[in-house]
Design a binder for this molecule. Sequence first.
Ligand SMILES: Nc1ncnc2c1ncn2[C@@H]1O[C@H](COP(=O)(O)OP(=O)(O)OP(=O)(O)O)[C@@H](O)[C@H]1O
Ligand SMILES: [Mg+2]
Length: 460
Amino acid sequence: MVNSSIRHRAVTLGLRPSAPGSRPGICRIYSITSQVRCISFSDSSRSQAFLRPTASLAVKKSTRPAKMPPKKLAANERAKLGRPSNNLKMGIVGLPNVGKSSLFNVIAKCDLGKSANFPYATIEPEEARVPLPDERFLWLVDQYKPKSQVPAFLTCIDIAGLTAGASTGAGLGNAFLSNVRSVDGIFQVVRAFDDAEVIHVEGDVDPLRDMEIISTELRLKDIEWVEKGIEAQARVVRGATGLDKKRKEEDLATMQKALKLLQEDNTDVRKGDWGNKEIDLLNDLKLLTAKPVIYLVNLSEKDYVRKKNKWLPKIHQWIQDNNKGDQLIPFSVALEERLLALGSPDAEAEELKKLGPNVTGALGKITTAGYSGLDLIKYYTCGPDEVRAWTIRQGLKAPQAAGVIHSDFEQKFVCGEIMSFDDLKEHGNEGAVKAAGKYNQKGKTYEMVDGDIAYWKAGG
Ligand SMILES: Nc1ncnc2c1ncn2[C@@H]1O[C@H](COP(=O)(O)OP(=O)(O)OP(=O)(O)O)[C@@H](O)[C@H]1O
Ligand SMILES: [Mg+2]
């Protein structure tokens, strides 16, 4: 029997079934029409379309985050640093006048970012949802030919420039650092282009010094934050008794360990070795150096095209020495702006071809790196009405993944019918995947895999 209570609730909430002909006993995927931003693309521009949102996709200030309920970890599960949310944000951080707002504008295809040739052009943070390039999504759209299509997005925030002394309030540093605190990951823009016309607040171009400044300011702010935490926690410990006292002491010890890491070992908190309980405490502290960082090195167009710049090997070495494992992506704001101004993906491709055989833009790589740096993966829902990518954090179980669509799907979760994108592509259609025994029912303990295609069943 079709579950009428869910269907009814879905309708009263303004939801609609996305696939006609729901099978008995199956509550098909519902789209939350009031919340979905649908964008449709003409066939010719579609392959590039996900790199080209209209300005309307850029939204000022933050939207309400979709909070996920805290989950209990199984004994063998590892806790993760960061917010347990599917709505995570990358902040664009760096010294003033290094190209942050210009990057924001080309990445979001908008002009909300205050890009200008003077320091502190940006004061208020701006936010945009940037569609992710996604070959699998394009293939699914081709297969299902849906009425609407919604790709996955990465939320990016343009933040004001930080200067030496920011952690003690210089250059509105405290306000700007609180903007950094509110994001989940950091795109750190590093200037490696020479241009006498573009002022450098430190007087000359030196990416290593700049990286040192940003790193120092973030660590100093964390040290101040943790020291305050330790003071408060010590008072709490003094007032506590019994088992509660022991737990409070453990938290205090975690804070002391974080302080030592930052102060004595000159190491970011995210590089520490932490247990699950420690991570829970660190997540409450919302430390700046606990956030993942991707270094974006802004080159002149010439250096980007020839893949050569005197600073690049030194920047690479600095990352190895200071924050081993963090990703470095070279790009050129100058080139990306010029490509965008050409006005069409075809003209862009033509221009890139002229520049050399292996020259591509870097924006897709940047958004994709931000997405995976935040530990995000996608699953898809597909039907004749809509093909849609849903963003979840890696490690999420099926009920919570279903809950991203609507909380009822999580609360009344029965199971998911799941096939992988690769199987669908290999076998050509759902029927053939079923015949091959690769379209399976998954229960509450199933951990979602990037590229899963899901149909949820929910009970009454
Ligand atoms: N690769 C590049 N080559 C040449 N000029 C560039 C490059 N990248 C950025 N610029 C120029 O640098 C100037 C500063 O850029 P932008 O306003 O984006 O910096 P910002 O980091 O946002 O600064 P602020 O911190 O003041 O907000 C602009 O004039 C921009 O055109
Ligand atoms: Mg700016």
